[in-house]
Write a protein that binds this ligand. Structure first.
Ligand code: ADP
Ligand code: ZN
Length: 210
């Protein structure tokens, strides 16, 4: 098992890239910290109850809470698998926790999208609450408006995808997560792709870079 980290702002398309690549390659496993957390919130587990308020306000949940979830997934992932780790680490403390887990990190790929584009990306984002597929009303529309192509469930807008919370999430990204670019550059692990090429080309560029 080894790990490829996806770095990039909220709405940069990390999840779309990772789920596309994982769907076409059995040796790739997409692990999204946001999906793990939303799953815990939906189930009402102790971790979910604790995480909910942080998430709704656009803040990071406590490091120990998300780190434990990731640790569990890393422990159960064995064999010839590359984990596409989407949303973790999100600050330097988490990057150090990940190193201590001991799983080899193959690369950290930054999906580069200017802030100006992010607001529009997130405003048009729609998500399938059932299978987690992601869409965009204009950039990546479902075949039938408002309905998931894969499983037919009605698409929803995430609670934290409102313009006010998005602003806060971008502030948190620049302050907490961006320092990881220098961290992984120093380790010789950083790769960078243009995240503004459309879903198909983004995925291809990512695959080549990782
Ligand atoms: P996005 O990348 O669009 O911001 P995510 O689905 O990755 O969305 O994350 C949604 C929310 O979940 C974040 O705003 C944050 O509250 C929480 N979260 C996800 N990953 C982490 C993490 N590694 N550390 C702390 N909080 C996290
Ligand atoms: Zn679906």
């Amino acid at each position: 098992m080894n790990i490829v980290i996806l770095l990039g702002a909220p709405g940069s398309g990390k999840g779309t890239i990772a789920s596309r690549l994982a769907a076409e390659n059995d040796n790739l496993k997409h692990v999204s910290s946001g999906d793990l957390l939303r799953g815990a919130v939906a189930k009402g587990t102790a971790a979910g109850v604790e995480a909910k308020g942080y998430m709704e306000s656009g803040n990071l949940v406590p490091d120990a809470l998300i780190a434990q979830m990731i640790k569990d997934v890393v422990a159960e992932t064995t064999g010839d698998v590359t984990m596409l780790l989407d949303g973790f680490p999100r600050n330097l403390a988490q990057a150090k926790i990940l190193e201590e887990m001991g799983a080899p990190i193959r690369s950290a790929v930054l999906v580069d999208v200017p802030d100006a584009i992010i607001q529009d990306r997130i405003a048009g984002r729609r998500t399938c609450p059932s299978c987690k597929a992601g869409y965009h009303v204009t950039g990546l529309p479902p075949k039938v408006p408002g309905v998931c192509d894969r499983c037919g469930t009605a698409l929803t807008i995430r609670k934290d995808d409102n313009p006010e919370t998005v602003k806060d999430r971008l502030v948190v990204y620049h302050r907490e997560t961006e320092p990881l670019i220098a961290f992984y550059t120093e380790k010789g692990l950083l790769r960078r792709i243009d995240g503004n090429q459309g879903p198909e080309k983004n995925a291809a560029a990512f695959k080549a870079a990782m």
